[in-house]
Write a protein that binds this ligand. Sequence first.
Ligand SMILES: [Zn+2]
Length: 458
Amino acid sequence: MDITFIGAARTVTGSLHLFEYNNHKFLLECGMFQGHREEAERINSTFPFKPKDVKAVILSHAHIDHSGNLPNLVRRGFTGPIYCTDATKDIASLLLLDSAKIQQYDFEYLNKKRAQKGLLPKEPLYTMADAEQTLKQFEAVEYTNTFEPVSGVKVTLQDAGHILGSSMVIIEANGTRILFSGDLGRKNMPIIKDPVNVNDVDYMILESTYGGRTHQSFANMENELKGLIEKGKGKGSKIIIPAFAVERTQLLVTMLKNLYDEGALRDVPVYIDSPLASNVTDVFRRHPECFDAETFKIFTESDPFNFPSLHYVADAEESKALNDKTGPMIIMSASGMCEGGRVTHHLIHSIENEQNMIILTGFQARGTLGRKILERAPTISIFNDEFKVRAKTYFMGGLSAHADGEDLIHYVRTARDSRLKKVYLVHGEIEESQALQQKIKSLRLEVDIPQSLTHINI
Ligand SMILES: [Zn+2]
């Protein structure tokens, strides 16, 4: 088996790995590289192989840094199947169409500016039509069922416990077994099942996003949220919660549902103002087979993603009407890093009022508006207007859907047996991967951090 690490090698986005067996090529992931526009355009638009030569793609989960460049692969000639779980297929369908739509708007705006300067228009990476064609090539497979993406290669998906439908991928050819972790989740998180322990493999390709960090425990998060809501309730605050549309929104909704049942949300209406998050929540309701025992039990009796004071905001008018309402209230909206989406409008209307609160609930990448709020910048700029940050800002650090350094090393230790020869670390900034590398070395295992275009034969 030949493997070329292409994307998410010493970085966290643009996951892409090329496999070749008996001259048959297939891909693990085809994610979008996210970064500064020009660099992203260059990296996403060029593949170091011919897309038409690729026979199949295996997709671990729907997140755009793993799936977001698939329509571009299709646009450039890939016609084969894209294997993933049914839930991944459903979420990826929403995310890829959304991604195509955002690009279309962005490029219309960009091309207007270019035309003013007498420059030729640019084309987006892909269009809605490319995304729609891509969806036709998805082929759902069940966890633990084995399939053959190319002749002689057997593949099995196992639950990675990261987001709904997420998988690890076990690839077997000629007696050699390789485990690709995809993004690995955490144990004991609400809604979805825990990651499955896999052993009896020769090689491991492991993510290392938080290889050097330890998350806050999830156990305290509900109490922390309760405390913040109490604080806001007393002041009549608008509590703005920027949240990722996939998994984070649903996780927070289940936490709020528990608080509602306890009586802690009396007189505090909750609005979920993100059409994408609402649609993704519908996908969750269609896939109870992915739920853990606790959520499944709730699901058989009621809706785990609803309670009487929760409102899923339907249209833009209803969203705008929230501006005129007075607190206390909770508005949860995407995007999670405050880069675009309806949350930007809620920030515009709330951030200059000191009685309001902003609760950040996830990773805030460098350069994003969310990062500036997290670092307590005194002013921020939204759509070229300056705003003073007077609202109180908070960060809940225990909600991550990724394994941390401790979880990752525990995972390797559990999987470790006489068969495991080497671990390759991907999907991490170099400092995080190196921190994990040191820990794995202490288990006396061989471990490498491949650069982009590193080629191995195993
Ligand atoms: Zn992910």
